[in-house]
Design a protein around this ligand. Structure first.
Ligand code: GLC
Length: 701
């Protein structure tokens, strides 16, 4: 307990005094725990005689999940990524880390950095989109925030966990170059920039071996290339062996435990005995010599090293059930959730300046179930990420309140009949239509069609299941061209009515502050500043993974034959025009860029530019830097390698300088099996989207 010693020294001293049984106890889910973790997903009991605290693992991609109560439901990860604001993301991580600590949770099972290879993936909203650089930066900021509160963040699911179909067994066939350039960089940034103290290995296989016993992935890429010093914990039920797991890099096994219904959560979790590999079977493997004791010592060492490094020994969380019973949804954290929901919303269209709503909009028709009772469903995804926290306000409640402040009237209709909705729109100054679809872990979407929100309250409030949202939007916009569509989706949406409506605001799954964020954005109290972290295709036929072999896979294997061409890389290479490009997002003001300078600086390159708010309202824009490698490198046409969000008052100009490290110009050579820089001229594109107008420059490497 000498905090002046290094985490490694402290871990070594502790392992040296432990019995084999004590070591083994640290490596797996408690089977019949006494103290109980009261609601968390995973629990490893304390060893008080050695001052070892209990390890309590809980889901938290967008708030403390797994049934925890009186917590804050933050926006979904896809929204967090849409803010392109590492400062805000670090703040969100710190708020979430603080809530976890007070709840007695010292290991968070987030962030999820799996790349959106397949936008139909049922967990698209749980991760940070299609670009490795944006995902890595967003994850690193979240992790820094969480771990600043002495709570371990667990970056997941390493690796190749990019679909839910057959997720427990599917074998992802991925080339090393594709792994190195697309699927591993977010984990590298999480580990080496974010300092992630834990990694969760996924359910699937990569190149024929399950993630949690995959030596090339765990020993080769994670430990070797990324120099990861923390511990690897399995996804729940993702362990498949004792000896192979221990020898190939798994450190802790988590299993699906049979938990009582939430109502009886106040009793310790009665973990039904579950099959486990790193418990008694591992002890037997050590005693039989199949697994050297040095391997077990290293497994335990890695867990303790992370715990010492993040402060779990020196800052123990409140013991269960104290923490479990503590409300942690403070006003300060709710304010962070609101700001994140506002900043993560993306304004995709705003013709005729219909938004923000002005005092001229005396009567506002608000149409669609997702604006009222449906909002309880679509403010989050389903599955292990879902937070048991009611909305602070529905869009209807918040808009009624906000409209009253400016003397406007809001008239709501759930949208059951398009004709009735059209009549209401016709008699209103502006019509706002809500549409969205739900998604959840365990299944993928088959299309991007809007699901009509299912009533979560008495059917009497819903009248009946509302009409098809596309029909509804078409009918309303035909009746009133001043139609605004607000979307709650976990990923892309198709918009057959796009040319008929004036405005489209993508709010993703905004969390508990759904209503207040919508009101602030629609009335212009806050300027929309989000940018798409995922391409919106014009049709399903544009998707890069359109063969069964690629997705969902054939004969148990999915072949990543699109290679590096994920997301916008595909659209650029195939000269496809999507509905909305990666990086796109509008504001209520306008920005201009000038004075691009690209200057070599040793092995780095400095990029400087001026950004001016040329509009009449304050706002923020995100300058994105895309690098185009020499064609001989075989790289995609352009790749995001830097970005900066700048907030400016009307007329204000800021000069920004960003540094591109040498890694921004590297590619993975399959001949030398290492990172190389192709000699030649590199294009630099500075823009506020991956498509459209840009300032350009070049640099020779
Ligand atoms: C789930 C998910 C994982 C989650 C874990 C614990 O199956 O794959 O993301 O953290 O189990 O709930």
């Amino acid at each position: 307990m000498n905090a002046s010693q290094s985490p490694d020294t402290r871990a070594s001293e502790l392992v040296a005094v432990m019995s084999l049984s004590q070591k083994i106890q640290m490596l797996h889910q408690a089977l019949a725990d006494t103290a109980g973790s009261f609601g968390a997903a995973g629990y490893v009991p304390a060893i008080p005689s050695l001052c070892i605290p209990a390890i309590v693992l809980n889901d938290a991609g967008s708030g403390l999940a797994d049934g925890q109560t009186d917590v804050t439901a933050y926006p979904a990860a896809i929204s967090q990524a849409s803010s392109w604001d590492p400062t805000l993301q670090r703040q969100l991580g710190a708020s979430l880390g603080e809530e976890s600590f007070e709840k007695g949770v010292n290991v968070l099972l987030a962030p999820d950095v799996n790349i959106a290879r397949v936008p139909l993936n049922g967990r698209t909203s749980e991760a940070f989109g299609e670009d490795p650089y944006l995902a890595g930066q967003t994850a690193a900021a979240y992790i820094q925030g969480v771990q600043s509160q002495h709570v371990i963040a667990t970056v997941k699911h390493f690796d190749g966990n990019n679909q839910e179909t057959n997720r427990m067994t599917i074998n992802a066939e991925i080339s090393q170059r594709t792994l190195e350039e697309i699927y591993q960089p977010p984990f590298n940034a999480a580990v080496n920039q974010g300092g992630a103290a834990a990694v969760m290995c996924g359910y699937n296989q990569v190149n024929g071996a399950y993630d949690c016993q995959n030596g090339p992935l765990l020993r080769g890429d994670l430990d070797g290339q990324m120099d990861f010093k923390g511990f690897v914990v399995s996804d729940w039920g993702g362990t498949h062996s004792t000896v192979a797991s221990a020898l190939n890099g798994l450190d802790m096994e988590m299993d699906v435990v049979q938990e009582p219904a939430i109502l009886t959560r106040l009793a310790p979790i009665d973990n039904a005995a579950v099959e486990n590999y790193l418990g008694e079977p591992l002890k037997a493997a050590v005693l039989s010599g199949q697994v050297p004791i040095s391997v077990v010592n290293q497994m335990v060492h890695r867990i303790f090293r992370s715990m010492f490094a993040v402060g779990l020994f020196d800052h123990p969380v409140p013991p269960a059930p104290t923490g479990y019973l503590t409300p942690v949804d403070t006003a300060a954290n709710q304010a962070v959730a609101l700001k994140a929901a506002e900043s993560g919303s993306v304004l995709l269209k705003n013709a005729n300046g219909v938004l923000p709503l002005t005092s001229a909009d005396k009567t506002i028709a608000l149409i669609g179930l997702d604006a009222s009772v449906g909002a309880e469903t679509v403010n989050q995804a389903g599955g292990s990420v879902r937070v048991d926290q009611p909305l602070v306000s529905t869009p209807l409640a918040a808009l009624l309140l906000r409209a009253a402040q400016s003397g406007d009237t809001v008239v709501y209709y759930d949208g059951t009949s398009p004709q009735v909705a059209a009549a209401l729109a016709k008699s209103s100054n502006v019509a706002i239509v809500y549409a969205g679809y739900t998604e959840a872990e365990g299944t993928d979407l088959t299309n991007f069609n809007f699901t009509n929100a299912v009533c979560t309250v008495a059917v009497s409030e819903c009248e009946s299941v509302p009409a098809n949202s596309d029909q509804l939007i078409s009918a309303v916009s035909a009746a009133n061209p001043h139609t605004v569509v607000v979307l709650n989706t976990g990923g892309p949406a198709l918009m057959p009515w796009l040319n008929q409506v004036s405005s489209v605001l993508e709010m993703w799954y905004p969390g508990e502050e759904d209503g207040n964020a919508a009101a602030a954005l629609l009335f212009g109290d806050v300027d929309p500043s989000g940018k798409l972290p995922i391409t919106f295709p014009a049709s399903l036929s544009q998707l890069p993974t359109n063969t069964a072999a690629q997705y969902p896979g054939v004969g148990g294997t999915e072949v990543y034959s699109e290679g590096l061409l994920v997301g916008y890389r595909w659209y650029d290479a195939k000269h496809l025009t999507p509905l909305f490009p990666f990086g796109f997002g509008m504001t209520y003001t306008s920005f201009s860029y000038s004075g691009l300078h690209v200057t070599p600086d040793g092995s780095s390159v400095k990029v400087s530019y001026s950004i001016t708010n040329t509009g009449s309202r304050s706002g923020a824009d995100v300058a994105q830097i895309y690098v185009s490698d020499p064609v001989a490198s075989g790289e995609p046409p352009q790749q995001l390698k830097g970005y900066q969000k700048t907030f400016l008052q009307p007329g204000q100009t800021s000069v920004v300088t960003l540094t591109l490290p040498s890694s921004a110009f590297s590619y993975w050579s399959t001949t030398t099996n290492s990172w190389q820089i192709a000699p030649g001229t590199y294009g630099i594109r500075l823009a506020d989207s991956s498509a459209g107008y840009a300032l350009t420059g070049t640099v020779t490497r």
